[in-house]
Write a protein that binds this ligand. Structure first.
Ligand code: SF4
Length: 415
C-alpha cells in the first residue's frame, strides 16, 4: 500500500519498529486464507507491567492521505486562505495542528456553519475532508468558482461505498445506509445515494426493526415520515420504495452490527415476498458490507487482543471518532475499558479521566491499575490517532512501575 509523507511528530519510533517487524513476520507466514491471518497482539514486557498492543491500529490509508494533502496544500500556497469544510479527521491533535498552520474550519462536526460561504472567493482554497462531502456543498463551491479536485481528501474507501450504491441504484434498489445520521461521512454517502435512488438511513438494529415494520405493513406508512425525519430522501414513498432494497454502510461501523442488519433485512424480504433461495436477488441486493479495510482489520485485531486474559484495556482516539468508539464497544464487553484521547488523561498511577461515549461525558476513575504483578493492559487506537500518542500512553503507564526493561530496550527488540 502507498506510503505517505505525514509530519514526523505523529510517528513513534517504538510503534514504527513494531509495525515493521510484524509486517515482515506476516509476509513470512503467508496465511492460506484471510481467516488464517495473525491477529495476536504484540507483547511489550516491562516486567511488572505487560502491555499487549493490538496487531493493527492507528492511522489508516485515508487519514494519512488527507494529512499529506492538507500539509502540502499549506506549504504550496503561502499567503492564500485555506479552509476545511469541517474537521478533516476526528482527532483533536491533528485538527489543532492544522488550525495552527492557518487552516480554518467552515463547519463543526454536526454541520453547524462556523464560517459563511458568502465569505469565500474564487481565490480561496477549500479542502474536502476524508469523510467526503455532500453533492450540495460541492455544487456550492463550484458555483463560487472554487477548485476542489486538487484539494479533495475524500478517502477512496468512502468513494467505494458511493460506487457500490450507484451500482445498486442502477438496478432500481432503494439504498438503506447503516450509519450515524449526523456523521459527515453518512451525510455525504446519503447525498450521493439519494441523487440516484430513494435512500434511507438506519442508525442501528433497533431502527432497522422499525423500518422492517413499514416493509411488512405492520406499521401504517404515515408514521415513517416522522419516525425517520431527516433520514430519508425527497419524495420517498413508503409503499413503493421499500419493495427492493440493498444495504451499504458508513465505513467505520461495527462489522457485526452491519452484518446483522443486512441479514435481518434480507430475512424480512424473504418472508414478506415468500422468496425461494434463487429469487432473493429480486428483492434484496447482495452488497456484502462496505466497511473499509482499516475498520475491519482494527476490529479483528481487537478480537485477537481480547483472547489475552488482561486486567484492563485502554483505547486511544478522538472522542467523536466513530471507528474508535466501536473498538471501545468491543473491549467493554470483556473487561474494564478506558477511552482516552491522549496520555494527559492518565492523571497518576491511581487516577484516569476517560470518556463514556454512551453518556457523552468524561469520568474520573480512581485506582484503575490493579495491585498485582504483573498488571496486564491491552492497548489499541483508532484510525485517526497518531502513533506518537500511543507511545506517550505506554511511556506514562510504564513510569508507574519498576521497569526491568527500559523503552529503548523494548524498541531494540523490534529493530
Ligand atoms: S477509516 Fe477507512 S474509510 Fe475512513 S478514512 Fe480510514 S481508510 Fe478511509
Amino acid at each position: 500500500m502507498k506510503s505517505f509523507d505525514v509530519p514526523i511528530i505523529y510517528r513513534s519510533p517504538l510503534i514504527t519498529a513494531i509495525k515493521k517487524k510484524r509486517k515482515e513476520q506476516d509476509k513470512m507466514k503467508k496465511p492460506a486464507s484471510p481467516a488464517d491471518r495473525d491477529f495476536t497482539p504484540t507483547l511489550l514486557g516491562f516486567g511488572p507491567l505487560q502491555i499487549y498492543l493490538a496487531r493493527h491500529f492507528g492511522f489508516c490509508y485515508g487519514v494519512e492521505n488527507a494529512i499529506e494533502i492538507a500539509f502540502r496544500t499549506v506549504e504550496e500556497n503561502p499567503g492564500k486562505r485555506i479552509f476545511l469544510l469541517s474537521e478533516m479527521i476526528h482527532n483533536p491533535q491533528v485538527n489543532a495542528d492544522l488550525q495552527a498552520h492557518g487552516i480554518q474550519f467552515m463547519q463543526d462536526n454536526y454541520g453547524k456553519q462556523l464560517i459563511s460561504f458568502d465569505e469565500l472567493t474564487a481565490d480561496d482554497i477549500v479542502l474536502i475532508p476524508a469523510f467526503g462531502t455532500t453533492l450540495e456543498l460541492e455544487k456550492k463551491l463550484d458555483d463560487l468558482g472554487i477548485q476542489t479536485e486538487k484539494y479533495n481528501t475524500t478517502c477512496p474507501f468512502v468513494e467505494k461505498v458511493w460506487n457500490r450504491s450507484d451500482q445498486i441504484a442502477k438496478k432500481n434498489y432503494t439504498i438503506v445506509i447503516h450509519g450515524k445520521p449526523k456523521h459527515e461521512e453518512t451525510r455525504a454517502t446519503f447525498s450521493h445515494a439519494a441523487a440516484n435512488a430513494p435512500s434511507v438511513i438506519v442508525k442501528d438494529m433497533q431502527q432497522t426493526t422499525e423500518l422492517a415494520k413499514y416493509i411488512t405493513g405492520q406499521k401504517p406508512p404515515a408514521g415513517f415520515y416522522q419516525e425517520f425525519k431527516g433520514q430519508y430522501s425527497e419524495d420517498f414513498s413508503v409503499t413503493k420504495d421499500l419493495e427492493r432494497i440493498g444495504v451499504v454502510n458508513q465505513t467505520t461501523m461495527l462489522a457485526s452490527d452491519t452484518q446483522a442488519i443486512a441479514d435481518y433485512l434480507k430475512q424480512v424480504m424473504i418472508e414478506k415476498y415468500d422468496l425461494a433461495a434463487g429469487d432473493i436477488g429480486e428483492r434484496f441486493a447482495d452488497t456484502r458490507d462496505t466497511l473499509c479495510y482499516a475498520t475491519l482489520e482494527n476490529q479483528q485485531a481487537v478480537s485477537g487482543m481480547l483472547q489475552t486474559n488482561a486486567d484492563l484495556a485502554i483505547v486511544i482516539g478522538g472522542y467523536n471518532s466513530s471507528n474508535t468508539s466501536h473498538l471501545v464497544e468491543l473491549c467493554e464487553e470483556k473487561l474494564p475499558t478506558y477511552f482516552i484521547n491522549n496520555e494527559e488523561k492518565i492523571l497518576s498511577g491511581k487516577e484516569i479521566l476517560h470518556y463514556n461515549f454512551h453518556t457523552k461525558e468524561e469520568l474520573l476513575t480512581k485506582d484503575f491499575l490493579p495491585k498485582k504483578d504483573p498488571v496486564k493492559i491491552l492497548i489499541t487506537s483508532g484510525a485517526s490517532c497518531p502513533d506518537a500518542l500511543v507511545e506517550g500512553v505506554i511511556e506514562k503507564l510504564a513510569s508507574y512501575f519498576h521497569q526491568e526493561k527500559k523503552m529503548q530496550d523494548i524498541i531494540n527488540e523490534f529493530l
